[in-house]
Write a protein of this length. Structure first.
Ligand SMILES: *Cc1c(COP(=O)(O)O)cnc(C)c1O
Length: 357
């Protein structure tokens, strides 16, 4: 790469340079086969090995317990909204949801197409700037659905409520960022492009004996038991995104695994939030105890400084911190591959702005 860019993209996300290098090489020739990865059969042993390895790395890195299956499917988390409800909501049943913002609302919208939905709590009253707590989980719902990290608003569940019914979670933007207890969940799904790989694959981690109970006739592509029986290859899988996800998970393993990246993610978040709280020119926009380690959001106290501030961070090589249109201000997405050094560059800019103000 010629120009040093500090990539804070909210998704598709930054990936490690060595992952890009290996991915590029596989496009030219894959493992001395004389073929590009892009032109070989997904049934070839070379690709079946990639799929197996990607699934095994998910299991290893997240300590997925026995009885769970790992799948790489398509459709993004947005299909996961519907697919999860389809596989867990009984024909005359209902799903319970906590509405923590745009993506949670998307899951609610899709589930309503299948049946009854009970929204247990919502933080919409304060533009999704906190995680609702203290609601009762109805024992007659088929499942509870949570969005563990709210990519747009910058909130995150730091405690998963104990749940007497099956628990489903959209973990698109915090999977592999911190250790999790997979056994608490019946289904975890995540679009790859936030913290796992490029866009195009979606990981599903599912407790096998929680499936097959809805009484629904599920379309084949959405049918988790069918996908499990076909080892994620009911149809042609997205070979390249899965390969790059595999490379990225290998990188994470070499980094020291999830506990090691969690430590660095915590250090990055402490550095940035520390400056947001210290610097009189800035303020955070969400409840302190619910702040996301992945997508910190903040605003300038004095909007008159906007032009100067925007020029400053752009000149420092920072990319992608403009906030989502529904929140405004700034969002510094700090996915796994973002080094601490990049956060230091952003913090230095904030200090510079203060000096000149
Ligand atoms: C980005 C995002 C989605 C949407 O993902 P797609 O893969 O684009 O469908 C859903 N949920 C969360 C939490 C996200 O961050």
């Amino acid at each position: 790469m010629t120009k040093k860019v500090h990539n804070y993209s909210a998704g598709p996300c930054i990936l490690p340079a060595e992952v890009m290098q290996k991915a590029a090489e596989a496009c030219i020739e894959f493992n001395g086969s004389g073929l590009s990865l892009l032109e070989m059969s997904h049934r070839s042993s070379a690709f079946v090995d990639v799929m197996e390895k990607a699934r095994a790395l998910v299991k290893e890195l997240l300590h997925v317990p026995a009885g769970y299956q790992v799948l790489f499917l398509q459709g993004g988390a947005s299909l996961g909204f519907y697919l999860s409800a389809m596989n867990f909501m009984k024909k005359d049943g209902k799903g319970a949801y906590v509405n923590t913002g745009t993506w949670a609302a998307g899951a609610i919208k899709e589930a309503k197409k299948l049946g009854k939905v009970e929204v247990l709590a919502s933080s919409e009253d304060k533009n999704f700037s906190y995680i609702p707590k203290g609601y009762t989980i109805p024992s007659d719902a088929d499942y509870l659905h949570l969005t563990t990290n709210n990519t747009i608003f910058g909130t995150q569940f730091h405690d998963i409520p104990s749940c007497p019914i099956p628990l489903i979670s959209d973990m698109s933007s915090d999977i592999f960022s911190k250790t999790i207890d997979v056994s608490k969940f019946d289904l975890i799904y995540a679009g790859a492009q936030k913290n796992m790989g490029p866009a195009g694959s979606t990981v599903y981690i599912v407790k096998e004996d929680a499936l097959g109970k809805t009484g629904r006739d599920i379309p084949s592509m959405l049918d988790l038991p069918l996908q499990i029986s076909k080892d994620s290859m009911y149809n042609t899988p997205p070979v390249f995104p899965i390969y790059v996800a595999m490379l990225n998970l290998e990188w994470l393993k070499d980094f020291g695994g999830v506990p090691a990246i969690q430590k660095r993610n915590e250090a990055k978040a402490a550095l940035l939030y520390g400056e947001v709280d210290r610097n009189p020119l800035f303020k955070g926009v969400v409840a302190t105890e619910d702040r996301s380690l992945m997508n910190p959001t903040f605003v300038l106290n004095d909007e008159a400084l906007t032009a100067r501030w925007d020029k400053m961070w752009k000149e420092a090589g920072i990319s992608g911190i403009a906030g989502h249109r529904s929140v405004g201000g700034y969002r510094a997405s700090m996915y796994n591959a973002l080094p601490l050094e990049s956060v230091q560059v952003l913090v230095n800019c904030m200090k510079e702005l203060e000096k000149g103000a």
